[in-house]
Design a protein around this ligand. Structure first.
Ligand SMILES: Cc1cc2nc3c(=O)[nH]c(=O)nc-3n(C[C@H](O)[C@H](O)[C@H](O)COP(=O)(O)OP(=O)(O)OC[C@H]3O[C@@H](n4cnc5c(N)ncnc54)[C@H](O)[C@@H]3O)c2cc1C
Length: 420
């Protein structure tokens, strides 16, 4: 069983969410064997120092001196990819999620997980105000081993909380949250992370022959730090949709969208950008991050974020699994989003003014544009796709490639790739 808990408010229980752990080392071993047997070579410990793009190839230089060339380079260097830094011109992220936590041994009550647990009110850390959220789940390394994370969303600026400060709070607050004593725990490892998010995501390809993938592409939700789940979901359109192909994709030898780009030689920046298209459902999630970020000198009461979450989760639970599950699995769809907003407005109309105060008019106006596009993409995917798809096989190859990408953008951008 998995809990969505809201301190001093209540809790909602769901099933089969956050119930899968992936061992990175096992996964890499599984996909490495076929990759190597097909002639793939892994340069472990090598660091990319530069890329040069030519008319017929892209050349990649390693700091260790090795030079490789390819028709297409897939940049899967994560959130801090040097290529992404160059594309974004060092611009500061629009939002950051800071995470600290541990995996520790000694939790005797270890059979359930917390998808999200929010603290009752905001708290001052240094010069900032933060709202803490928690996540906890059993770890695979032993029956009493448990991972617990504390995270918060911040608007990055001088005086924003440091990971070190959050970790100090974590040691103090985690025992109360989990009902344990630190003396009875054996810390296996300390975990921390910084997740930068940009409103203009996913990132279109800025250079010919270089395509961002995974966290580097900005395809992950700005609310959860479920980038792995997100990249596996998008494998369905970028590749044949399984983990073997995931690594073949990195070698760019066998995949769907990427394969078609290579076969057709559609490797210019604008053709590659169609593989990382605008997705209104992803852009619309930005509002949630803003709503969950505490602000200094805020005009809303300190318990507002916890209350807002509780009200929304309560509404989603009342509307049932078709509404609650896609949201918990990071997929925003028009129907569930509209129903939830409608129910919140009917049952808690007074909270609406506080939402306006919390996120501000410019963010709401921007969100309205994405909501409108979500309606448009849902209609296009539902009604125009069945008309265009049968015709597309007769299109000339470049046009066919472009239309296939448009159809995928409508489907994924409206969250219609999700099946309950
Ligand atoms: C604490 C924490 C918890 C998380 N929990 C979840 C979760 O529950 N569910 C989920 O779906 N996701 C989760 N994530 C996110 C998930 O780990 C990422 O989304 C995922 O790893 C992204 O994969 P990636 O291949 O795109 O990038 P990364 O895994 O970041 O890989 C990028 C790689 O590029 C390498 N690299 C960087 N620069 C260079 C260079 N110049 N030369 C060569 N190599 C370079 C890096 O060393 C790294 O190995 C979590 C992340 C953290 C930190």
């Amino acid at each position: 069983m998995n809990r969505c808990g809201f301190e001093d408010k209540g809790e909602i229980w769901v099933e089969d969410i956050l119930n899968l752990c992936v061992s990175p080392s096992k996964l890499i071993e599984i996909v490495k064997k076929p990759f190597v047997s097909l002639g793939g070579i892994i340069f472990e410990g090598y660091s990319v120092s530069s890329m040069s793009v030519y008319k017929d190839a892209a050349v990649l230089k390693h700091a260790e001196g090795k030079i490789l060339w390819s028709r297409l380079i897939i940049d899967a260097m994560g959130n801090f990819s040097p290529v992404v830094k160059q594309i974004r011109k060092g611009r500061k992220p629009d939002g950051v999620c800071l995470v600290v936590g541990t995996c520790a041994r000694g939790f005797h009550d270890n059979s359930t997980s917390d998808v999200i647990y929010s603290s009752s009110s905001t708290k001052s850390v240094g010069d900032s105000e933060v709202q803490y959220f928690w996540e906890a789940f059993p770890a695979g390394s032993g029956p009493t081993d448990r991972t617990t994370y504390m995270f918060t969303y911040v608007n990055p600026q001088p005086g924003s909380p440091k990971l070190e400060e959050l970790l100090e709070d974590y040691w103090e607050l985690m025992p109360k949250y989990q009902g344990v004593s630190l003396e009875n725990l054996e810390i296996q490892r300390v975990i921390y992370g910084i997740f930068p998010t940009y409103r203009d995501s996913p990132l279109p390809a800025a250079f010919d022959r270089v395509l961002q993938f995974g966290d580097a592409s900005g395809i992950q939700s700005p609310v959860s730090f479920g980038g792995f789940g997100s990249l596996t979901r998008h494998l369905g359109r970028l590749s044949a949709g399984n983990l073997l192909v995931f690594y073949l994709l990195l070698s760019a030898s066998a995949s769907k969208g990427v394969h078609e780009a290579i076969i057709g030689d559609f490797l210019d920046a604008s053709s590659l950008s169609l593989l990382n298209p605008y997705m209104p459902n992803l852009s619309a999630s930005w509002l949630f991050q803003r709503a969950m970020s505490a602000k200094k000198d805020s005009s809303v009461y300190p318990e507002f974020i916890n209350e807002l979450l509780y009200v929304n989760f309560q509404s989603m639970q009342r509307l049932g699994n078709p509404v609650l599950r896609p949201f918990l699995q990071d997929v925003i769809q028009l129907g569930p989003l509209s129903k939830t907003l409608g129910l919140v407005m009917l049952t808690e109309p007074l909270i609406i003014t506080s939402i306006f105060k919390q996120v501000g008019i410019p963010v709401l106006l921007d969100w309205s544009g994405h909501f409108f596009m979500l309606i448009y993409y849902t209609l296009l995917s539902t009604f125009a796709d069945p008309l265009i798809r049968p015709l597309s096989s007769a299109f000339p190859s470049k046009m066919k490639y472009e239309w296939k990408r448009n159809l995928e953008a409508w489907k994924y951008g409206a969250g219609l790739d999700y099946e309950l």
